[in-house]
Ligand binder design. Sequence first.
Ligand code: FAD
Length: 400
Amino acid sequence: MIAVIGAGASGLVGAIAAARKGAKVCIYEKNSKIGRKILATGNGRCNITNQNIELSNFHGQQPFFVNSSIKRFNTFTCKDFFTELGIEMVEGQKGRLYPKSLQSSSVVELLVYECKRLGVTFYLDSEVTNITKKGEGFCLHVNEKSLHVNKVLVATGGLAMPSLGSCDSGYTFAKNFGHDIVPTHASLVQLVCKEDLKAIGGVKVEGMIEVLENGQSISSASGDILFTNYGISGSAVLDISRVAGHALLHNRALHVKIDLLPEYSKEQLKNLLKKRQKNSHGKSVALWLDGFINSKLASFIAKELPKKSADELNIKDITKLVYALKNFQLKVTDTKGYKTAEVTAGGVSVDQINAQTLESKLQRGLYFSGEVLDIDADCGGYNLHWAWASGYCAGNEIVK
Ligand SMILES: Cc1cc2nc3c(=O)[nH]c(=O)nc-3n(C[C@H](O)[C@H](O)[C@H](O)COP(=O)(O)OP(=O)(O)OC[C@H]3O[C@@H](n4cnc5c(N)ncnc54)[C@H](O)[C@@H]3O)c2cc1C
């Protein structure tokens, strides 16, 4: 008997892979529902994978650990796997692949159907509280009962969004067998800033954002940036949040620099503003900028300039304005944490896991897959891809 702990993305695919090889598999899930996190993915549409799966999309202390799994389970294997379940895929922006139904519920339903077709047994409301070694196999402690199984796949996920069932039990199981845990932090998460941004809360720009550590740029991204009451959100912010979260974990001073108008060079913007001055007709700076940038943002930035009308601005003021528009700096004090994060960075160190088989190097018969490991990925279907790919490889290997 093979026990899979966690009926999430990785556990379900792991169970299917093992059961297809003829193994008897049971899945223990602490939630009363299967695949709760899958249901929440891609805003309910489930960004299953991406057309372009590259090693550079994955992170952790040893990202090359994913190589073996993503070679065995690449985009093509992934498409075939889901086609076999009955899921056709459609492509969205940046190579993102979704089920044609655009419903994450269809992904869960068809994964569950396949598990049941193969005879996989589900135990819901069944939190595994401990795993101990017993003879050749393992003893699982579930709902005050002890159950004997031959092998175990730990697919308990990370800490992101505890409301969906996430918890630290996978790390505890690993530690009990002598595994190291790489310190964790929230990733693909919103950032909290020191400045009071209430006046521009709700304003969204298509900009460029850079993370500055001690004034040095350490990461950048382009796309949506949304100002909120607490700080910043949006796709570009999620993209840089891993690097920001890591720096914050090590108490490093952090700023972000936002280019609100990346389509213009500084010189182009300066010339454009000088040209616009000719038609300013005594307007305040805020009103003069209104129509060019969001009005709330215009008022916010105008506060930094001398109290003059737009036509009175001299070259020094224009240069200052260009700087404010292209170097909008905020001090980052924190991330919004696991409560709203999509992913956990850090986790069970892959040092002590066999990259080919996903088996523990410290305890035979014990396997780990998915987000519980020290692997996280970029936004765009890569995190689910890692969950499916590692689950698939572990499920195939655990039966050997
Ligand atoms: C809101 C949101 C949107 C996302 N959107 C996307 C997206 O569109 N594309 C993408 O690639 N990634 C997305 N992600 C990330 C992706 O969902 C995860 O990386 C992926 O689900 C991880 O799979 P997993 O199987 O390792 O863990 P999980 O899916 O978290 O599954 C782990 C399961 O184990 C159970 N469990 C934990 N401990 C125990 C225990 N002791 N006993 C029994 N059961 C236990 C949990 O309840 C859970 O059901 C999103 C994440 C969130 C939160």
